[in-house]
Write a protein of this length. Structure first.
Length: 253
């Protein structure tokens, strides 16, 4: 029931890995704000942002292939952006025999560039920060403790529920069940109901076990997450340089 394992996390001992999670959270959010605030016409600024993320990836020793494989999550944004020039209104141009909207092209570029940079920054954050540490960092940033605890328990027991689902699937298949069409929907619905009941009962048992061990509504801290001025200074490099680029972009004609 380890909550530290995550497909996006890549263990390491780099400077980026060692930064307190709250510093990295603030840095990524600030970087995203700078990217979103950048005029879409300033192509060079987005190139600067990409170079900054590349420098962070190099410092964290996160391979480009690792990031690229996880950029698949952006596919819905890409499909939406590709459709905008086709259905957009306003001035139109011809490209390879296809009529495209000029405002739609600008909108598609704006979405793709900013979404790609934001997703890449999030992937680097997840690759260098354990999920549990990320939640504790959010708590240090004054996120309500109740929300942090709910998210922590969800993360910790997600694998447990996933294992329960796999066992139930193996049990169904061992009895010759194969979901081919909607006729098998009642069986899957009953399985979902059984999974909910088992998960609820497991949650009650876990809660009673925690109360018997002195749980009072607050999880004990097992690691010092205090951040020094140096930590904040290192974390501020990425958003600081990004905001400089954004300000220059706005100042240029």
């Amino acid at each position: 029931m380890s909550g530290g394992h995550h497909q996006l996390y890549r263990p390491g001992e780099t400077l980026v890995h060692r930064l307190p999670p709250q510093c990295k959270l603030v840095a990524v959010v600030s970087f995203a704000v700078a990217v979103v605030a950048t005029p879409r016409e300033c192509f060079w600024a987005f190139g600067v942002y990409a170079l900054l993320l590349g420098a962070v990836a190099a410092a964290a020793r996160v391979p480009a292939a690792f990031v690229a494989r996880r950029m698949v999550i952006e596919v819905p944004f890409v499909l939406f952006a590709v459709a905008i020039p086709l259905i957009g209104t306003g001035e139109r141009i011809e490209a390879l025999g296809v009529s495209l909207s000029v405002p739609g092209l600008w909108a598609a570029w704006n979405i793709l560039a900013k979404a790609t940079l934001g997703v890449a920054a999030s992937i680097l954050l997840a690759a260098t920060t354990e999920p549990r540490m990320m939640l504790l960092g959010a708590e240090r940033l004054r996120l309500p403790r109740l929300l942090v605890q709910i998210a922590t328990f969800m993360l910790r027991y997600m694998d447990v529920i996933g294992d329960q689902m796999r066992r139930m699937r193996v049990a169904r298949e061992s009895r010759g069940f194969v979901a081919r069409d909607l006729r098998q929907a009642p069986v899957l619905a009953k399985s979902a109901g059984a999974l909910f009941i088992r998960s609820y009962e497991r949650g009650e048992r876990v809660h009673l076990a925690m109360l018997s061990r002195g749980y009072t509504g607050e999880m004990p801290s097992i690691r010092d997450l205090s951040a020094s001025r140096r930590d904040w200074g290192v974390a501020a490099l990425l958003p600081g340089l990004a905001f400089v680029a954004a300000l220059v972009a706005w100042s240029l004609p």
